[in-house]
Write a protein that binds this ligand. Structure first.
Ligand code: C6P
Length: 412
């Protein structure tokens, strides 16, 4: 049975407020999601009861904090079906996770003549680190083209086959585009990459909190995500890495907590995950991220995905009926994630967002950290409405009404 989505709203205290005299409609979930009471309570409970450093103390609070921190790691491993909790590294978020692979793996494995492959529709966080890594190694960065004038055709799979030569050492791609809503066939990408011996890195920032995700079934080597986009706190994220690869990898950051022995001459490293978690970690964030996993799985990520699809299908239908709107990304709601980006003829995205805010609606306008993609589509910016489990069809009606008001204003 599907959860009662209106009851779900009661779990999110922040939603029950007025903005500019209107009940808040929060449609900026691609940027960050709101937090349920259980996640907020987990943070408060930790600081009120258990706060201590982990892996260092022998007293009761430190033991409790360590158990909860490692418990969260095991919970998150289960959330993505990692074979071993040691494959789950805590980071600050997707950006840091990808940078760790680009620096550690890139430094150890890339050499002149190698190719790093990515796509034309990556977030800057899954693009700039690879530009840097390729540059440092004298390797080349290549892109799988995006098809369609509005990017509606998704990745060019025929071109992918041609690009995937034995020179490709690593293929990094997003699971879900944060601008187009495109859902990439990630298991298929991994299968094809594996056939030429390339390591795979998946940016799961927009997917892991919205649909079931199984790293073993996908067959990826690395996968990165952020807690704050999946009902968890900011400042905590995950890098999943296959154990065999992590064991061969040197740490990117060094310091306390990740060493076995230190002399004046040098140091030796602990195995993963500690090897990659130098210094005091975000203990409260990790624990509350575990609580966010519980919250999402209690609702069912398959049901959340269906709810996203239902909302985006309604939104696509209603927005398409408005004059002067150019929707980018897949044409059908069923083929995209729960977000819709559009350009409004004659109105800058920042004006759309400002006007919508007057109506109590939170949207995002800009290049969405996808500058090369915007340029490819002949745009400088779009407006994006991104949905999550607490959004309703009535909120889409509020959005449409607001867009009609904006259109009327700018038509003069
Ligand atoms: N996208 C958006 O509004 P961090 O900032 O590290 O938590 O996540 C970076 C990131 C990486 N990949 C994808 C696909 C993303 O969507 C994001 C964050 C936000 O779309 C902020 S730009």
């Amino acid at each position: 049975m599907s959860p009662s989505w209106n009851n779900v709203r009661a779990d999110f205290p922040i939603l029950h407020q007025q903005v500019n005299g209107h009940p808040l409609v929060y449609l900026d979930n691609g940027a960050t999601s709101q937090k349920p009471r259980s996640v907020i309570d987990a943070l408060v409970r930790y600081y009120e009861r258990d706060n201590s450093n982990v892996h260092r103390g022998l007293h009761a609070l430190s033991t409790r904090a360590t158990d909860a921190y490692e418990g969260a790691r095991a919970r998150i491993a289960k959330f993505i079906n990692a074979a071993d909790p040691a494959e789950v590294l805590f980071t600050r978020g997707t950006t840091e996770s990808i940078n760790i692979v680009a620096r550690s793996w890139g430094h150890a494995h890339l050499k002149p003549g190698d190719v790093v492959l990515t796509t034309e529709f990556e977030h800057h966080s899954n693009l700039v680190p690879w530009q840097q890594a390729a540059k440092a190694a004298g390797a080349t960065l290549k892109y799988v083209p995006l098809l369609g004038a509005d990017g509606e055709g998704g990745p060019d799979l025929a071109a992918l086959d041609q690009l995937l030569t034995p020179q490709v050492k690593l293929f990094a791609f997003t699971h879900i585009s944060n601008t187009l809503g495109t859902i990439n066939p990630v298991a298929e990408f991994c299968r094809r990459a594996r056939a030429v011996g390339a390591v795979t890195v998946i940016d799961a920032a927009q997917s892991v909190g919205h649909r079931p995700l199984d790293v073993q079934q996908i067959g990826c080597d690395f996968l990165a995500f952020s807690g704050h986009k999946m009902c968890g706190p900011t400042g905590i994220g995950v890098l999943y890495g296959r154990r065999a690869l992590l064991d061969q990898l040197a740490p990117d950051e060094t310091g306390g907590g990740m060493v076995v022995q230190v002399t004046y001459e040098g140091a030796t490293w602990k195995p993963a995950p500690e090897r990659f978690e130098a210094g005091t970690p975000n203990v409260a964030g990790a624990i509350a991220l575990g609580t966010a996993c519980d919250y999402l799985d209690n609702l069912g990520r398959d049901k959340i995905a269906a709810h996203d699809t239902a909302l985006v299908t309604i939104a696509m239908e209603k927005l398409s009926a408005l004059p002067g709107i150019r929707i980018i990304g897949p044409k059908k709601g069923a083929e995209r994630s729960g977000m819709v980006s559009f350009a409004f003829e004659g109105v800058h995205a920042h004006d759309v967002v400002t006007f919508a805010d007057e109506d109590g609606i939170a949207l995002r306008g800009g290049h969405h950290c996808n500058q090369p993609l915007m340029r490819k589509l002949g745009l400088t910016s779009t407006t994006r409405a991104s949905f999550y489990l607490y959004n309703t069809p009535e909120e889409i009606d509020r959005l449409v009404k607001s867009l009609q008001r904006i259109q009327k204003f700018f038509a003069g």
